[in-house]
Design a protein around this ligand. Structure first.
Ligand SMILES: NC(=O)c1ccc[n+]([C@@H]2O[C@H](COP(=O)([O-])OP(=O)(O)OC[C@H]3O[C@@H](n4cnc5c(N)ncnc54)[C@H](OP(=O)(O)O)[C@@H]3O)[C@@H](O)[C@H]2O)c1
Length: 286
């Protein structure tokens, strides 16, 4: 299968170079700016196309690696006759294949969305790391078959999901990456309030944060959970609540309620009713 890329950015560079390294044929690139397409084609030793429809004619599978907002416009600019019998994919985590390529199947194309659950930050270096990347795949039956065959050949893990789940799936990725940043900011600024420099706060938190994430990923949440909520240490939770107000108190209370339900699974004979009342009271204070 010969693959062509529209969009010579971080993902286009990375997947192109990576697929090639796994013996999958890459034809070349078309991009909004010819200089980007030239740069990607010289990085991958493939062709640079000046017209999108020339690229389509020369490949069996087209990866639209453009920003999410531009996927539909790029798809609209394709010659619909030329996509017959071809695979057309995009890499958005939140859009389904059908949402992007609404009538492509009517023109005989196979459609797919293939999302790397991976931060691809460097056009030139990320291809070295993507072997560890987990992909989610969704689309028409043949589209999914072709893309999962590519991923199997590359040796990457993947999960096929239903198109109705794309928004919820992307929500999970956002919680795991971006919202964790928000929580870490809360954690760091709390130490700064105690007199730590930001640099020292980061240094102090590195072992506890990284070991915690490692533990959860290796042993799942029930086995990893420790702390005052899990121990049902109501005096400590009261002291914490007294340090907090407003939004931060809400975040602490709601997350504590979340881990309370994990604690109940972990210690099914422990009586958490007093702690439950304490957290309900803090939540109702708003
Ligand atoms: N980066 C990540 O970590 C990551 C992870 C998972 C999924 N994704 C998904 O991958 C896709 C691409 O993201 P990215 O990070 O690679 O973005 P990016 O680095 O901004 O690259 C996008 C490229 O698309 C090109 N482009 C924009 N509009 C175009 C158009 N109308 N026609 C042709 N080319 C156009 C731009 O080309 P020019 O340089 O020519 O202007 C740019 O180089 C998105 O759907 C994103 O959600 C990204």
């Amino acid at each position: 299968m010969k693959i062509g890329f529209v969009g010579a950015g971080k993902v286009g560079f990375t997947l192109g170079k990576y697929f090639q390294s796994k013996g999958i044929s890459v034809v070349g690139y078309f991009s909004r700016n010819i200089t980007s397409a030239k740069e990607a084609s010289s990085f991958t030793n493939t062709s640079c196309f000046e017209s999108i429809n020339d690229l389509v004619r020369n490949c069996d599978a087209l990866f639209l690696t453009v920003p999410d907002n531009n996927i539909r416009d790029v798809y609209s600019s394709l010659s619909k006759q030329a996509i017959k019998g071809k695979l057309i994919c995009h890499c958005s985590g939140v859009m389904s294949a059908k949402e992007a390529f609404d009538d492509a199947e009517d023109f005989g194309a196979m459609i797919c969305s293939v999302h790397p659950l991976f931060a691809i930050s460097d056009k030139y270096k990320s291809y070295c790391e993507i072997a560890d990347g987990f992909f989610s795949v969704e689309g028409s039956a043949f589209g999914v078959k072709l893309v999962t065959d590519i991923l199997k050949k590359c040796g990457n893990d993947f999960q096929v999901i239903d198109k109705s789940m794309k928004h919820k799936y992307h929500l999970s990725a956002t919680i795991g990456s971006n919202l964790v940043v928000g929580l870490l900011d809360f954690c760091i600024s709390t130490l700064v309030d105690c007199g730590f420099t930001r640099e020292n706060a980061l240094k102090a938190l590195t072992p506890i944060v990284t070991n915690n994430v490692k533990n959860v990923m290796e042993n799942d949440v029930v086995n990893s959970l420790t702390g005052p909520v899990e121990r049902c240490d109501t005096n400590t939770v009261t002291k914490h609540l007294n340090c907090l107000s407003g939004e931060e108190k809400e975040i602490y209370t709601l997350l504590s309620k979340r881990i309370l339900s994990i604690s109940k699974v972990k210690n099914e004979n422990r009586d958490y009713s007093e702690l439950e009342k304490l957290l309900e009271g803090a939540e109702n204070e708003k």
